[in-house]
Design a protein around this ligand. Structure first.
Ligand code: ADP
Length: 486
């Protein structure tokens, strides 16, 4: 089985969110199952710098706009995963992020940057591929950046390979003015409802959903939710037409990166059997963040994009209640300026109790995950969510809203789940400040008054198998269905 795994971000090369984690980990787990997988991604500066053994394998010709580009191949150092990289100085080699400049302004030529990514994926799967010795059976696309690949495969390249698109977040769709159709050499006849047209615009994500042979998303609950208006972001109609085919596969976590027993960013290691190290990590975190050193103060943790999706605005009005209840807060994140400022303000007024770090910081994200007592994630929608899984693995019970992958992975603590040892966190009854406060207070009650029960909840999460191996088997089963239809 040969799989071309196409993604705009791959950990540890470049990352803005969970997509990078999935694209970094799933190929490794697929490799372990004997799948011959190669990644395809844009040649961002960080990617060119971090790959080893990078060399040219082909010249790509007849591309829209840039005409030619170089196809390089390298490997990710520790995992030996092969990565094919599209090298184009004019498209990808610039300062800033993968989607926007340093000021957060989206690159105006994103339709070309990701149109080319999609186009190259299609070329590599077709008869005219310049890479003759490796032709994929499956092109596995991820999110809108790769959405045009299934369209190019079917409509232009007449590719014999099958395509799959995995939906990691319906909120991002890549919709652009129809003038891009001719620039990207897409057939205008397919710019219709039964094609890639969406309210008069060219939609990359709709193209992927419409033309892909298979659709997956990152949790069983999200697979159902996206077929409803509240979560489908306008594509619920199309998705519900293909409803039975949409397979929800919960993400795993990279246990080499996210394991408190081996985590290089922690001053002390710990495990479900030996939890003592967690106390040392908490102390070090309090010290680093300027919080009062207090082993007993419940330390709430957040690592997140600060956007409406993540629901952290619900925390702002209840912060005083939580501080009055003796809590501390360690927040790491960035996003909406207003929300950033609201949390900054709370921190300034509560020195020693509330720490707010605005920015992106990989080592600190591990330290927050490990050093805190509870992890707060009240997302309004959450396709899968990884941080709650990290919280489970690190003995930091997650407090979450009941949506998407959060609902599929966090089991609320009550008498029944406590007795049958499945309780691993706390689940809100609705997305509101009142419900969040109620839920955190339930957690605080156990944390403060019943150490043995708290330890049990921590252990239940830590002992779960959260690795990618199970999910990778499910992806393999989907690939097999495509290649050998029943
Ligand atoms: P999303 O992809 O919607 O942002 P996920 O929970 O699926 O949310 O994944 C987020 C990933 O990004 C996690 O690995 C998380 O640790 C990381 N992350 C988010 N914000 C930050 C930050 N400010 N600093 C470091 N890591 C972050």
């Amino acid at each position: 089985m040969k799989v071309l795994f196409v993604s705009s971000e791959v950990f540890p090369l470049i990352k803005t969110g969970g997509l990078a984690d999935v694209s970094g980990s799933l190929p490794i787990a697929l490799q372990r199952l004997g799948v011959d997988v190669r990644l395809l991604m844009p040649g961002y500066p960080a990617v060119l710098n971090k790959l080893t053994d990078l060399h040219e394998i082909a010249v790509l010709e007849n591309l829209p706009v840039i005409n030619t580009a170089t196809l390089l191949m390298g490997v990710i150092k520790d995992t030996q995963v092969k990565v094919m990289v599209i090298q184009s100085a004019s498209l990808y080699e610039r300062d800033g992020g993968p989607y926007a400049d340093a000021n957060g302004m989206e690159w105006l030529d994103n339709p070309v940057r990701f149109g080319i990514l999609s186009k190259v994926a299609a070329i590599l799967s077709g008869a005219n591929s310049p890479v003759k010795n490796w032709q994929p059976d499956i092109v596995h696309c991820n999110d809108w950046q790769t959405g045009l690949a299934p369209a190019y495969m079917k409509l232009v390249e007449q590719s014999p390979a099958k395509s799959m698109i995995s939906l990691h977040n319906m909120a991002f769709q890549g919709c652009y003015a129809p003038t891009w159709l001719s620039t990207l050499a897409l057939p205008r006849t397919n710019f219709t409802l039964e094609g890639f047209e969406y309210h008069g615009q060219l939609s990359f994500l709709k193209a992927g959903i419409f033309y892909a042979d298979a659709i997956t998303t990152v949790s069983p609950s999200y697979a159902k939710e996206i077929q409803t208006p509240a979560f489908g972001f306008g594509l619920e109609g199309l998705l519900s037409k293909r409803g039975d085919e949409i397979k929800g596969i919960l993400n795993g976590i990279e246990t080499d990166e996210w394991n408190p027993a081996t985590d290089e960013y922690l001053i002390a290691k710990y495990s479900a059997e030996k939890l003592a190290g967690k106390k040392l990590v908490k102390r070090a975190l309090q010290e680093r963040l300027g919080l009062h050193i207090d082993a007993d103060a419940p330390l709430l943790g957040i690592v997140s994009r600060l956007t409406h999706q993540k629901g952290l605005d619900m925390l702002v009005p209840i912060m005083q209640d939580l501080i009055d209840a003796g809590c501390q807060l360690a927040l790491l994140g960035n996003g909406d300026t207003q929300l950033e400022n609201a949390f900054r303000h709370i921190a300034i007024n509560n020195l020693g109790r509330v720490s707010v770090t605005i920015g992106y910081n990989e080592p600190l994200s591990h330290q927050v995950m490990a050093g805190c007592d509870m992890f707060i994630m009240p997302s309004r929608f959450e396709p899968c969510g990884l941080n709650q899984l990290y919280g489970l693995a690190y003995g930091t019970p997650p407090i979450v809203n009941a949506t998407g992958g959060l609902a599929d992975s966090v089991i609320d603590t009550n008498i029944i789940t406590y007795k049958n040892k499945t309780a691993n966190g706390f689940v809100m009854s609705e997305a509101s400040s009142a419900s969040l406060l109620h839920c955190i207070k339930q957690a605080l009650n156990i944390f403060k008054n019943d150490a043995a029960a708290w330890r049990q909840i921590q252990k239940n999460g830590m002992l779960q198998n959260l690795s990618w191996d199970k999910s990778a088997l499910e992806y393999l089963a989907e690939y097999e269905k495509l290649v050998k239809p029943i």
